[in-house]
Design a protein around this ligand. Structure first.
Ligand code: UDP
Length: 230
């Protein structure tokens, strides 16, 4: 069985899922698109190391093994068609929607749900929409909300130890064959906003065309290699 998305291919084989990270980078619902050599390998390894760091802290997720250079062996999940965004500091679409200043901190993590639907520009939804749309029950949505908030705080600490500020992030969750909700997909500068003394180390470099994103991703990868053992 094979699924292909904008930046990853997923194959389910012999009871495992294999996530192949591609060199494609996209923004604006896929309107901006480029191929950057080595990008898939960097995002795969950053995902592997951060998911391993979460597991070391008792936070379960899909990750089993990193297969160099760009593949992750993982627990197969039936994915929810959702992007679960957690905001620790204001940025991006939060500011476009509600105003405020970049970098202003929230007292507690803010969790938002978006439906994965490029044609509709990933519409934001309330928890109560999810059962009506047949996407998830309220209980499942609340479980994702709880896990997303805990994972965000753990990742904030993991990145703080490497000298980075974690501003916001996007998670994707799925269900195992025995009904457990687990974090899956990717954790990388493609899906996180990471800053250090005002410098940008995430996909905003690409979105805003303000430098070489790969140089920044490489620095994040090197920091992960120094701080997290696989
Ligand atoms: N994000 C993502 N994929 C998406 C949309 C957002 O990984 O399709 C991440 C994004 O990189 C950021 C966080 O989710 O770390 C919040 O993104 P936001 O809603 O602010 O949207 P953006 O400014 O990226 O359009």
């Amino acid at each position: 069985m094979l699924y292909e998305g904008k930046t990853k291919k997923v194959e389910v084989k012999d009871g495992y899922a294999y996530l192949y990270f591609k060199d494609d980078i996209t923004a604006g619902d896929g309107e901006k698109h480029d191929v950057m050599s080595g990008k898939g390998a960097m995002c795969a390894e950053i995902t592997a190391r951060t998911m391993k760091a979460l597991k070391d802290r008792g936070i379960d997720n899909q990750f089993i093994e990193f297969i160099s250079p760009n593949v992750i062996k993982a627990i197969p999940l039936e994915m929810y068609p959702l992007e679960v965004v957690v905001r620790l500091k204001k940025a991006g679409s939060f500011i476009r929607r509600y105003g405020g200043t970049e970098g202003e901190e929230f007292e507690v993590p803010l969790v938002e749900f978006f439906i994965k639907d490029d044609a509709r520009h990933d519409p934001m939804v309330c928890k109560k929409h999810l059962p009506l749309l047949g996407i998830a029950s309220i209980e499942e949505a609340e479980e994702m909300e709880r896990q997303a908030s805990d994972i965000a705080l753990a990742l904030r600490d993991i990145f703080a130890e490497m000298g980075y500020e974690l501003w916001d992030m996007k998670f994707e969750f799925g269900k195992t064959a025995d009904g457990k909700i687990l974090l899956g997909d990717e954790i990388s500068p493609d899906t996180l906003r990471l800053r250090k003394s005002g410098e940008i180390f995430d996909k905003d470099v690409y979105r805003k065309d303000i430098g070489d994103p790969m140089a920044k991703y490489r620095e994040v990868l090197e920091a992960c290699r120094r701080h997290i053992n696989l």
